[in-house]
Design a protein around this ligand. Structure first.
Ligand SMILES: *Cc1c(COP(=O)(O)O)cnc(C)c1O
Length: 380
């Protein structure tokens, strides 16, 4: 039988020769390859400015700083996301205010966002959950009316589109993740994408100690030994070793998406007759594409077993699964320090039911069948 891991990255064979080229070049950190990766990413997602960084967590932190978040500000953010997006709000001194999600898309619920707005609200964080584009028209309308900044957490949404445009093409600040399990990986890495040149310049400066432009070049023959600290920044830059992995991944983006779509369609086909499950939907917007980073299914009350027991059984059957996400308002730190936060009924219900199945391009048809048959047998 053999173990089916939750995730296996697909790295084209050319990756090794490209990494070797970087190692042999004598320049292994931020340099020409990082620049090239930014440019190629930019032309693919039709973005205006791209800044490659060390992770999406770093991208989010820098975006929060770039919009000026500080003590006393409130940020409306779904609880149903990865903790790093919330932790980084705390690092700026601002306060996260958790909002609920919509039951069909599992993305931020604009009506609940409206309810959470106060005089202190400064920004809204939107998560394109699992690769599903969030309802950006509704969110942008609210942001405009109340003069709020919007930061899009696109950790799951590389290659997703919303109303004919790539996620990344918007006028908001958009953050991507290139973590090992994500749609495009550089092992660790992230990207800040923005149409605002000033924001891009500030993010670039903050990502490298807050020192003046092109300071990374100071050991290059065209560089200068002089630098000036403009603002106390961070060490969030991407290396050229990571960047070449990304450049090779960009080349296979379309094929990779299509192969994942095949896996998704097979899952949908094999689960179609199982009335105990709720399957993920396609985007309820015209000309929009789900990036299919995750395939989250929900184990409803009609099932013979609970979600938690199902996970145990799948482990015994040597099938790796995961849960995205344990809500943040139920995490120890946030529960203790943000006690005024109200309950989030949809988030709490969905969390108890949800489970992410393996979804990657090298998953074989027989593995997909084994996963689907095992779940069908256990739930109905
Ligand atoms: C993975 C993830 C992040 C963090 O990305 P890193 O690159 O690991 O820092 C942020 N938000 C969401 C929704 C994620 O899934």
């Amino acid at each position: 039988m053999g173990y089916i891991p939750f995730h296996k990255p697909h790295l084209p064979k050319t990756t090794i020769s490209q990494i070797k080229r970087v190692l042999d070049s004598g320049w292994i950190t931020t340099g020409p390859q990082t620049k090239k990766f930014e440019q190629e990413f930019q032309s693919l997602v039709q973005a205006k400015n791209c800044v490659a960084v060390s992770s999406c967590t770093a991208a989010l932190h820098l975006s929060y700083l770039a919009v000026g978040l500080k003590v006393g500000d409130e940020v409306i953010v779904p609880s149903f996301t990865f903790c790093s997006a919330i932790n980084a709000i705390i690092h700026t001194g601002a306060t996260p205010v958790f909002c609920d999600i919509k039951e069909d898309t599992l993305c931020v619920d604009p009506e609940d966002v409206l309810k959470k707005i106060t005089k202190s609200t400064k920004a809204i964080v939107v998560v394109h959950y699992a690769g599903m584009p969030a309802d950006m028209d509704a969110i942008n309308k609210i942001a405009k009316k109340y003069h709020l900044k919007v930061i899009e957490d696109a950790a799951h949404a590389f290659y997703a589109t919303y109303r004919g445009k790539f996620i990344g093409e918007s006028s908001n600040i958009v953050c991507f993740s290139f973590y090992a399990t994500k749609n495009l990986t550089t092992a660790e890495g992230g990207m800040v994408v923005t149409s605002n040149e000033k924001v891009a310049d500030l993010v670039r400066c903050l990502s490298f100690h807050g020192i003046s432009k092109n300071a990374w070049k100071r050991y290059d023959k065209t560089g200068s030994w002089k630098y000036d600290v403009i603002i106390p920044g961070y060490k969030y830059n991407m290396t050229d070793i990571q960047a070449v992995i990304g450049i090779e991944q960009l080349k296979i983006a379309e094929r990779s998406y299509k192969n994942k779509l095949k896996v998704v369609n097979l899952y949908k086909k094999h689960f179609a007759k199982n009335p105990t499950l709720i399957l993920p939907i396609d985007p309820p917007f015209p000309q929009s594409r789900h990036a299919w980073h995750l395939f989250p299914i929900r184990i409803t009350k009609k099932s013979k077993i609970t979600r938690d027991v199902l996970i145990e059984e799948l482990k015994k059957a040597e099938i790796g699964v995961s849960v995205h996400f344990i809500p943040n308002h139920q995490q120890k730190f946030y529960k203790k320090n943000f006690t005024e936060q109200k309950r989030l009924p949809v988030t709490e219900k969905v969390f108890k039911e949800i489970i992410s199945l393996p979804l990657y391009e090298d998953l074989t048809t027989s593995e997909i069948l084994r996963i689907a048959n095992t779940i069908n047998k256990l739930t109905q």
